[in-house]
Design a protein around this ligand. Structure first.
Ligand code: RIB
Length: 339
């Protein structure tokens, strides 16, 4: 029977002082990346769980949860942050809001910080598909709920929307308006929401007997400027599409600015549909047709899944995987083809 690892064992294995290990765990002093990595590696290798941390985690003493999103300037994520913070506050939890700014190194720094702050659990939206840094947290007994973007993290609950169906429904709607020359501006290809939406777009085209035109599948980035750049690329083609599915609303808004700059009309020349249904969609002119994500339900369920794991830490948990439905919100940015 191996003895329970102590802080001394961690310090010895990492080649640092016990004081350094203590500061790492409690976040009470800056530690260089090199020392941080050595301490983390030793904690993971030994399976060390500091008494105060273990005790805090078992009883949720910190009553604090972490929330990491990739871009808090995007209204979709801002809504998620706001909703989860409201729910947490109403239930006596403080929420540490972290913006990874789509930077993996910043995301790793925030997961370290939340570990050091001894949060009871984390709601997490990934900036890309790597998750070794998160595996260490779940292995250390910190519950994580992954939402929005699917990643291969073991031992967590996952809450997504059916992005394939959403992309299919957006494209199907344009086809039913009579469009056959339909372009798609994608999000980052490595992110599951974008990849699934694009596959839904392709499925709808195929079902309608519409051949894909590679020139009308444009790589975007979920950013406003990416949408404007995408429509400029499409407008420069000898054969323009009559409709565009943007894989999120921020790019759809960028498309609308690009159309204005080109002195073209949405939807008269080109119909545009987005994804997320952020609040801005009903404010812009023409009001944007979009695929709505159930943000309030996502936020509520994410919190409930996390609290269940926190409050039942010593129970055996089956990993839950919940997929919510999106729905089409028709406004003014798409019209019947040929009218
Ligand atoms: O607008 C940001 C996008 O990234 C959303 O569609 C959301 O699903 C996230 O993955």
């Amino acid at each position: 029977m191996t003895s329970t690892p102590t802080i001394n064992d961690v310090a010895k294995l990492a080649g640092v002082s016990t004081t350094t290990v203590s500061h790492f765990i409690n976040g009470t002093r800056y530690i260089s990346d090199d020392l941080r990595e050595r301490v983390e590696a030793a904690i993971t290798e030994l399976g060390y769980r500091p008494n105060s941390l273990a005790r805090g985690l078992r009883r949720g003493e910190s009553k604090t949860i972490g929330l990491i999103v990739p871009d808090n300037s995007n209204p979709f994520f801002a809504e998620i942050l706001r909703s989860i913070e409201n729910i947490g506050y109403a239930n006596g939890y403080s929420v540490i809001l972290c913006n990874s700014d789509s930077d993996i190194q910043k995301e790793i720094a925030y997961t370290d910080l939340l570990f050091a702050k001894q949060v009871d659990g984390i709601v997490f939206i990934a900036t890309n598909d790597s998750c070794e840094h998160l595996q260490q947290l779940t292995d250390a007994g910190i519950p994580i709920v992954v939402i929005d973007r699917d990643i291969p993290l073991i031992g967590t609950d996952v809450l997504l929307v059916d992005n394939f169906q959403g992309g299919y429904a957006a494209t199907r709607y344009l086809i039913e308006l009579g469009h056959r020359h339909i372009a798609c501006i994608t999000g980052p290809s490595k992110l599951t929401p974008s990849a699934d939406r694009v596959n839904g777009y392709k499925k709808a085209l195929a079902e309608a007997g519409i051949a894909e035109n590679p020139q009308w599948l444009v790589a975007g980035d979920f950013q406003f400027q990416g949408g404007e750049n995408g429509i400029n690329q499409l407008l420069a083609l000898p054969e323009r599409p009559t409709a565009v599915f943007a894989c999120n609303d921020m790019m759809a808004l960028g498309i609308m600015r690009g159309m204005r700059k080109a002195r073209l009309s949405v939807p008269r020349e080109i119909s545009v549909i987005g994804f997320d249904d952020i609040p801005l969609t009903s404010v812009v002119s023409p009001a944007l047709t979009s695929i709505a994500q159930p943000v309030q339900e996502i936020s509520r369920l994410a919190f409930e899944l996390l609290i269940d794991r926190i409050q039942n830490k010593n129970s055996v948990h089956e990993e839950k995987r919940i997929v919510l439905q999106t729905h089409l919100i028709i406004r003014e940015s798409c019209k019947q083809y040929g009218e």
